[in-house]
Design a protein around this ligand. Structure first.
Ligand SMILES: Cc1ncc(COP(=O)(O)O)c(C=O)c1O
Length: 402
């Protein structure tokens, strides 16, 4: 993520902005459009948003919710969120003092970091990681300390000694993302407890990105680390509408934290954005009140898509890690690489030749070199899209056998 600034190119650019590049994930979407490919790069659904959620938004607009919402969240949205967190995670939160509604999980994370981190503080990030966290740490002047999630036959795991050693006297927090993008890892209760114990011992914060909290497979259940003893006061629980309700364009999410932390997040949020889109918050309240069957259907549908993607990749000789949650599969493309070719060159070749866009693995690592033999496929797509991608990949590998 960190780049060496070029003095000429960055003449009028801040030293922070010079330290990172535009998002590779979003860039691959543009490349895909140029080549008319199937976009398995950026994680947004190509199937319609559930009709009842669409209707709720249209109604909210017609009902006149078109001006600024209360800066930290429309009353209906924060109340619906408090109700949902109670039945879903047993979290009892005060919607008046412990919630900030933000413009996407993206803003919730950066607003939370800016509200709590001072320049020079260290923030632990497991790696590979969702690429925004790298830029987020730079923007708030934090020093990221990366701890590797090691691929094992059973999935990705952190080494407990490595994680414990990453905590220093300068550590202010750790970013946890479960279910995890890009690995598909779902943290177990035991792993959560291990992280919680370290955070309590070192008196640090947890920034937990739970945007895939309903997309888990094979009977796994989501655990919010804030529910572990001693964690509510030090956890910022971040989640959003984007993935669960298939509304990535609505830009509505939340940060839940104890009142003093929330007060700081609300100030930052107010000056960053004033507020999240009002009609989408009112519709978000309706979405949050959908029956529990909505979530089991969602997990079942994603489980089918995961298996379609997995079968398609296997048939095309790609090998990766079978995800436990979220909607991505990381594959090792070493057998396909030409001499001197890296993940980015390979991903560009794949979109040009096979018409399938992916994300180069290096964008999930620091230093990027660590991921230069991997690519990420996303499968939050219609069955037809996944079937089309599988055919394209199979045809391509027939001419490009590893
Ligand atoms: C782990 C993770 N966090 C956050 C986001 C962005 O979420 P939002 O649309 O709420 O900003 C994504 C999107 O892919 C993601 O994978």
């Amino acid at each position: 993520m960190a780049q060496t600034p070029d003095p000429e190119k960055h003449k009028y650019v801040s030293s922070k902005a010079a330290l990172f590049e535009e998002s590779v994930i979003r860039k691959m979407t543009q490349v895909c459009l140029q080549h008319g490919g199937v976009n398995l790069a950026q994680g947004f659904p190509d199937f319609p948003t559930p009709p009842e959620i669409q209707e709720a938004c249209i109604k909210a607009i017609r009902d006149g919710h078109n001006q600024y919402a209360r800066t930290w969240g429309a009353p209906s949205m924060v109340e619906a969120l408090a109700e949902k967190m109670l039945w879903f995670q047993g979290m009892r939160i005060d919607p008046g003092s412990e919630v900030t509604i933000c413009c996407g999980t993206t803003e919730a994370m950066i607003a939370s970091l800016l509200a709590t981190i001072d320049p020079g503080d260290e923030v632990i990030v497991t790696s590979p990681f969702y690429e925004n966290y790298g830029a987020d740490t730079i923007l708030c002047g934090a020093v990221p300390r990366y701890v590797t999630l090691h691929p094992t036959p059973g999935g990705f795991e952190f080494d407990r000694d490595e994680l414990a050693a990453a905590f220093t006297s300068r550590t202010r927090g750790i970013i946890v993302n479960t279910p995890n993008n890009p690995t598909g890892k779902v943290y177990s209760r035991d792993e959560h407890q291990f992280i919680a114990d370290l955070c309590i011992r070192h008196d640090v914060l947890v920034f937990t990105d739970e945007i895939y909290e309903h997309i888990l497979y094979d009977g796994r259940t989501h655990i919010a680390i804030a529910t572990l003893p001693g964690m509510a006061e030090r956890t910022i629980t971040i989640g959003g509408l984007s993935k669960t309700y298939s509304v990535t364009g609505w830009r509505v999410a939340w940060a839940i934290a104890a009142p003093p932390i929330t007060a700081a997040i609300r100030k930052v949020h107010d000056f960053l954005t004033v507020g999240a889109p009002h009609p989408m918050q009112v519709a978000g309240a309706a979405a949050l009140r959908l029956p529990k069957s909505f979530y089991s259907d969602l997990a079942r549908d994603y489980s089918r898509r995961r298996d379609m993607m997995w079968t398609g990749l296997k048939a095309a000789s790609f090998t990766g890690h079978y995800p436990e949650g979220a909607y991505y599969i990381m594959c090792d493309v070493t057998p396909f690489l030409r001499a001197g070719e890296d993940d980015t060159a390979f991903a560009l070749r794949l979109v040009k030749e096979a018409g399938v866009a992916t994300v180069p693995g290096s964008s999930f690592y620091s230093p990027p070199l660590l991921g230069n033999r991997q690519i990420r496929f996303c499968f939050c797509k219609k069955d037809e899209t996944l079937a089309d991608a599988a055919i394209r990949l199979r045809q391509w590998t027939e001419c490009n056998r590893p």
